[in-house]
Design a protein around this ligand. Sequence first.
Ligand code: ZN
Length: 381
Amino acid sequence: MQFKEIVGQEAVKKHLIETVKAGRVSHAQLFLGPEGSGSLALALAYAQYISCEQPGAEDSCGECASCRKYEKLVHPDLHFSYPFFAQHKEDTAQTFIAQWREAFLANPYLGLDEWRNSLNAENKQANINIAECHQILQKLSLKPFEGQYKILIMWLPEYLDKEGNTLLKIIEEPPQKTLFLLVAQHQEQILSTILSRTQLVKIAPLSDVEIEHYLIDRSVSPEKAKQLAFLSEGNLSTAMSLLGELESDNFQLFTDWLRMTFTDKGPSILDFVETIAKSGRENQKAFLRYGIQFLRDCVLILSGAEDLVRLPENERTVALNFSQKVLSLAKAEAIIDELEKAHYHVERNANPKILFLDVSLQFVKILKFNTIPKGTHYIQN
Ligand SMILES: [Zn+2]
């Protein structure tokens, strides 16, 4: 990961590079920034710069042997620690390193939910356990293999159990040429004993303008880019997933679906089920998320809070139309409930044909026959 691959954050990059040039690299640093700000990517680019054999004035070279290993996250002096779901008490972060590399390389802005999903962890509690703390002590007691420095990047130290205190001594007096880069989102959830031993590197959320430029570079129209930047609230990961949703043009498909279930058009519903079933899990999830967003905006319209609606003009017109002619608050809430349940089941690999057919039938009941399914407890109006 090179600095130039990271969106924005110019002041932080400059500061980090200065610390290396001035030989003032603090041995324990806490990168603190909200999800999607790029804090993990920055820590990795910093580590790569420190380890680079021919660092330039503003970035690592990207070509030396060290950089090439860094690009694949396989440098022997680069260590990662992160929350995981132990199946056995001897499991450590190393047990999941293959999934970790894959998840980070696919999205260096990944958040905990995305990481959790890639581990198929159901509802288990993520943490950094005592076995992992011992593993860290052991790894860092070894001499560096190649690089000048051994570097440990710990993502989300918020999830360190109180056993994390076993790391205090090594953080305070690390072996020579050892760096700790902690990457956190919530300062107040970190063990205070660890917090007090680290130097803070504060990372702000990305600005709307930075996200807008990122989207425009990916051939999004300036108007749409502005809107998505606003919706993503400084989180580049959100911006990327919104972009994905945009690309598959869910608006048309979703509103067609509402129309065909409202009029109970059996053959069209079966065609729709065929189409969506073939589109793949990620697209189905994006489609359902789009539907939830669309219906939430209908709820706003139905509640008289129309100025809060974030849909673009053409979609807003359709949402208004649906709200006036087809929906009521109770129906909109019941549909949101169905969509949320469907999203849950798609994530857990439900058969898409059965699932979308079932949801379609629920929509027919709600929209055409005014029946709110059992088990939903929404305001009746
Ligand atoms: Zn290099």
